[in-house]
Design a protein around this ligand. Structure first.
Ligand code: SAM
Ligand code: SF4
Length: 329
């Protein structure tokens, strides 16, 4: 479907849980998070029904996210069913990697071959600090297991933070020298838990300048350029690629192709906008028809805002009080 600003809407991010086995400092508060109850969360068959309707108006790409998607019971069976939805061309998953070691092979066998792993530090103590307790070695073993299982691409996502991991940029880049990973630097977005006071914004342009001191970025990858917000480069002498997502400094609203389904059944057209979400759970549970659901979804697409307010953290921070873990990143 094409929205009011001529953007093709073909990508749906689906958060299957708001729960997580980590508590990243920029995503969730340390304590006091109230999670959705069992009844408030969309059942897998409800998600599948929404997806089946969504493919009818042009959704071809789905990313499963959370919270941490691998903590939801039955995720493998759900993914196998999702693979059977006709019309989907690309199904991928975003994970913090803590359980990847245990899940990599089953995920691959279920048909998921594309994965994003979040990893904000390569120093065990720093990783434990930013995730409030995570074990870096488990994640590294999980990534290795995914590679051995045959996942491609494996994208490693790093939220760049001045005062935390700005001194690790070259170490992250080194991951692609002899492994075919796509290492992607993402700008912190002022959404969710407030950042630690000693952490500051780090722009992707600053990261690129640091990388250029040691590596030669080659031509932009044309496939990646065609879709998605990442600027992706091949790198001289390296097997993998580097990607940069300047979520705040390089607004990409004019090519935004995505919708987000939250774990409690709200469909959102924009991560930042306060445009009300469309509640799909209530009509679903009241027995609505596929046509009615279709109408609610296309109505939301037609209200998808042209852009969010702009790259000012303060304005966005004031406006946006939701957690990324509840929307799915
Ligand atoms: N738990 C999974 C994970 O961490 O990959 C999936 C959900 S998580 C919300 C998805 C992505 O959002 C992660 O890569 C995380 O680093 C990112 N994220 C969370 N809060 C963010 C923020 N305030 N700014 C930028 N990225 C954020
Ligand atoms: Fe959990 Fe992912 Fe949020 Fe970290 S970023 S707390 S792993 S949902």
């Amino acid at each position: 479907m094409i929205d009011s600003y001529n953007r093709i809407i073909n990508y749906l991010r689906v958060s299957i849980t708001d729960r997580c086995n980590l508590r990243c400092v920029y995503c969730m508060p340390k304590e006091g998070v109230s999670f959705l109850g069992h009844e408030d969360i969309l059942r897998y068959e409800e998600i599948l029904r929404i997806v089946n309707i969504a493919v009818k108006f042009g959704i071809i790409k789905i990313r499963i996210t959370g919270g941490e998607p691998l903590v939801r019971r039955g995720v493998i069976e759900f993914l196998s069913e999702l693979m059977n939805v006709e019309g989907l061309q690309d199904i991928s998953l975003t994970t913090n990697g803590i359980l990847l070691e245990d899940f990599a092979e089953r995920l691959f066998d279920a048909g998921i071959h594309r994965i994003n792993v979040s990893l904000d530090s390569l120093v065990p103590e720093k990783y434990r600090m930013i995730t409030r307790g995570g074990d870096l070695n488990r994640v590294l073993r999980g990534i290795e297991k995914a590679r051995a299982a045959g996942f491609s691409p494996i994208k490693i996502n790093i939220v760049g933070i001045q005062g935390f991991n700005d001194n690790e940029i070259e170490n992250f880049a080194e991951l692609i020298v002899d492994k075919p990973y796509q290492v992607r630097f993402i700008e912190y977005m002022p959404i969710g838990a407030p950042m630690n006071e000693s952490f500051h914004h780090l722009s992707t342009d600053d990261i690129i300048n640091t990388i250029k001191k040691r590596y030669t970025l080659l031509s932009r990858n044309s496939v990646e350029r065609a879709g998605g917000p990442a600027r992706v480069y091949r790198v001289d002498g390296c097997k993998g690629e580097l990607g940069f997502i300047g979520a705040m400094s390089h607004q990409f609203c004019n090519t935004c192709n995505r919708l987000r389904l939250t774990a409690n059944g709200e469909l959102r057209a924009c991560l930042f906008s306060d445009e009300p979400a469309a509640d799909l759970k209530t009509p679903l549970r009241e027995g609505c028809t596929d046509e009615e659901l279709h109408e609610i979804i296309t109505g939301l697409i037609s209200r998808k805002p042209r852009s969010y307010e702009g790259p000012s953290y303060q304005s966005s921070r004031k406006k946006c009080v939701r957690n990324m873990s509840s929307i799915g990143g």
